[in-house]
Design a binder for this molecule. Structure first.
Ligand code: IPD
Length: 266
């Protein structure tokens, strides 16, 4: 049985993600533009990122006032309860800006620094993925299971690219080497959805350099609870340096090849 704290955090995360998802899906202005840029001219924020983060953080403050929050658009409170929320109001902002369907609200809850709950709501896909640590991963009533590991050369691998020019050039070099070695590569535009796609067997594996905690916290838990291994460079946990997710049998050669290719380097 799920312990009461995790059950409460899951229910709060699901409701926050549903409310933000409805706002984003139903309230997207037809003339949506860029409100600001962050690390580079292509790293954009829309008014809807800001509105959704405010909706989520107001909701969390009302339901769990003693918790800490880390949000992509600047929310940062320490909290006193040992619980911290890690929030990406829109993971896949560029997709959202262009009206492409692959974007998600990603909400994770950490207890004492460890991700305990993850929710990724993808409203246009009509899917919400969730996991509680030790309790499996689900989309609605459907338990999620990774696809059995294929041979390396048969693997469909997802990835993504950062917003800084030099990092993108380094990522292109890794891609150039890897592309002829696998079945194919997908760039979906939302790391959270990519990780959920590993969880439900729509991708064999996924990697990316340069993610932030709000991009991967919820999705990585969902992938792990569906049977994937996740990590960074060999022996390390996933981080901003490198995030890799794949089922056992593919994870190890993928991680080793990415390390050899320097996929963690800028
Ligand atoms: C981005 C997406 C994208 C990934 C980028 C992330 P954002 O998040 O997850 O797929 O390739 O590295 O920054 O900016 O849309 O929240």
């Amino acid at each position: 049985m799920t312990d009461p704290l995790k059950a409460e955090l899951l229910s709060v995360a699901l409701e926050a993600a549903a409310r933000a998802g409805a706002l984003l899906r139903d309230g997207r202005p037809a003339d949506l533009g860029v409100a600001a840029t962050k690390t580079s001219p292509i790293d954009v924020v829309t008014e809807m990122d800001l509105a959704a983060e405010k909706l989520i953080t107001d909701f969390l403050a009302e339901r769990r006032p003693a918790d800490g929050v880390l949000g992509e658009e600047g929310a940062s409170t320490a909290g006193t309860s040992g619980v911290r929320w890690v929030v990406d109001p829109i993971d896949g902002t560029v997709n959202y800006l262009y009206g492409l369907p692959s974007w998600a609200v990603s909400i994770a809850a950490e207890i004492d620094g460890e991700t305990a709950v993850g929710v990724v709501a993808a409203p246009v896909r009509g899917e919400t993925y969730r996991a509680v640590r030790g309790g499996g991963a689900f989309a609605g009533d459907l338990p999620l299971t990774v696809r059995p590991a294929p041979a390396f050369g048969q693997a469909l691998i997802g990835t993504g690219f950062g917003y800084l020019t030099e990092r993108r050039a380094a990522q292109a070099e890794v891609l150039r080497a890897l592309l002829p070695e696998v079945r194919d590569i997908r760039r979906g535009g939302s790391a959270a959805i990519d990780l959920c796609d590993v969880a439900c067997g729509r991708l064999d594996g996924y990697y990316e350099r340069g993610l932030n905690p709000w991009d991967h916290a919820a999705g990585a838990l969902i992938a792990r609870e569906a049977g994937a291994l996740t990590g960074g460079r060999p022996g390390e946990a996933e981080s901003g340096e490198l995030t890799v997710a794949a089922p056992p049998g593919l994870f190890e050669p993928l991680q080793a090849r990415l390390d050899e290719l320097g996929a963690w380097r800028d």
